[in-house]
Design a protein around this ligand. Structure first.
Ligand SMILES: [Zn+2]
Length: 399
């Protein structure tokens, strides 16, 4: 038995006036998902436990079968894992964003959480210089991609309050700076970084016009320990994604993290490369998760046309070829399509509604719903509801 899980990140949405009351998923052309659902179990599921924040970190742990209430220790230690940082048990890992903070009438505002999606090569110069000036026995900096970097605080404090910079756009930063035990050290690090970045802008001409003014520290946590996928489910598996966070969860769970050239996490990603890598991995292993980021990104952009495009592409370039490939190469297989959380275009951030899922089993030709479309409405009208999303993977993998 072969198992493919397609994770359509942030695909679920809300009815939009611009689409005459349809959601982007309802408005998109999805003949393959609609065909598949007619012989599938369909229902709704929740991957964000009560009291936790709706994020891809929490959501993807749950999608991969790990109870976030038990295993989630913060976002940045998962990302650290994916870029090969070996965290010690007493290390506290922080996400370090390069950001743009502006001063208006003596008050400081978060203008851009990504420093204009700063180019990785330019960020390398900034992080390189900051390493030289700021690193000591306690604090170490690590280069990531674009605006996303890591600070590790040896023997640091874990119970500080920090705030994601994308949640405070255009807001006065004063009440969102780190607070709690030891926060003085973090604020000091951020203050020193500002001075160094300013100096650097005068020294390196190409940095002069960059949107980076500061670093912002948040998303802290200790290294999480996940029981390995294989020890739980007794099969080998792989994960395919463009996103560091998902690769990090894959590594921590002992899955093979497959690299695909041209995987971007956006509309221009290499869909064919991902599908080919998935089908190839299933010649040896039994499970593959394909993560598609574009529905989430286009939701954050607040662009329903692009989100419809992302979902139409997902259906045509991933779901269709996976159905075809599995049918051609394997006798028995199951396909699960699910999302970690909704990313509605009208609010441009994640929300908490239950998301649709379907499970297709090539040996069965039955459904529980008599619907011929896969979307939020159909799933809500079917009769299955999973409150504990992390349990879905186990039941999907029962052959
Ligand atoms: Zn997500």
């Amino acid at each position: 038995m072969k198992f493919v899980l397609i994770q359509a990140d942030g695909m679920p949405d809300r009815p939009l006036v611009e689409l005459e009351g349809k959601t982007p998923l309802e408005a998109a052309k999805t003949p393959f998902m609609d065909q598949l659902v007619q012989s599938s179990e369909m229902g709704t599921i929740n991957h964000i436990p009560k009291g936790m924040k709706s994020g891809s970190d929490v959501g993807n742990l749950s999608v991969l079968g790990y109870n976030p209430e038990k295993y989630f220790t913060g976002r940045s230690p998962i990302e650290a894992e994916s870029i090969g940082i070996n965290l010690e048990p007493d290390d506290i890992c922080y996400r370090c964003n390069l950001v743009k903070i502006i001063n208006k009438n003596g008050k400081e505002f978060m203008d851009d959480h990504s420093a204009g999606h700063i180019d990785t090569e330019i960020s390398r110069k900034i992080i390189g210089a900051l390493k030289e000036k700021l690193e000591d026995a306690e604090f170490k900096l690590y280069q990531g991609v674009s605006y996303r970097h890591i600070v590790v605080w040896k023997g640091g404090q874990n119970n500080l309050e920090t705030t994601p910079p994308h949640d405070i756009l255009e807001k006065n930063i004063i009440q969102y700076l780190p607070t709690g035990p030891g926060s003085v050290k973090l604020r000091d690090l951020m203050r020193q970084a500002r001075i160094e970045i300013k100096k650097l802008k005068n020294l390196i001409p190409e940095l002069k016009n960059s949107d980076c003014s500061d670093i912002w520290l948040w998303g802290q946590g200790k290294k999480p320990t996940l029981p390995h996928f294989k020890s739980i489910h007794k099969i080998n598996g792989s994960v395919i994604s463009a996103v560091d966070l998902i690769k990090g969860i894959g590594k921590l769970s002992g899955l093979n993290v497959l690299e695909v050239d041209g995987a971007t996490g956006y509309l221009d990603t290499n869909y064919k490369g991902k599908v080919d890598a998935a089908l190839k991995s299933l010649k040896k292993g039994d499970f593959c998760m394909i993560h598609i980021e574009a529905p989430d990104e286009t939701g954050h952009e607040g662009n329903y046309r692009k989100k419809i495009q992302a979902i139409t592409d997902l259906d045509k370039e991933v779901v269709g070829p996976i159905m075809e490939g599995l049918k051609r190469e394997h006798n028995e297989y199951k396909i699960c399509i699910v999302s970690d959380h909704p990313t509605p275009v009208d609010i441009r951030t994640h929300s908490y509604e239950y998301v649709p899922y379907m499970i297709f089993d090539s040996r069965l030709n039955k459904n529980n719903h008599n619907k011929d479309t896969f979307n939020e409405r159909s799933a809500n009208e079917s009769n299955i509801v999973h409150d504990d999303g992390h349990r879905l993977l186990g039941s999907f993998l029962k052959s």
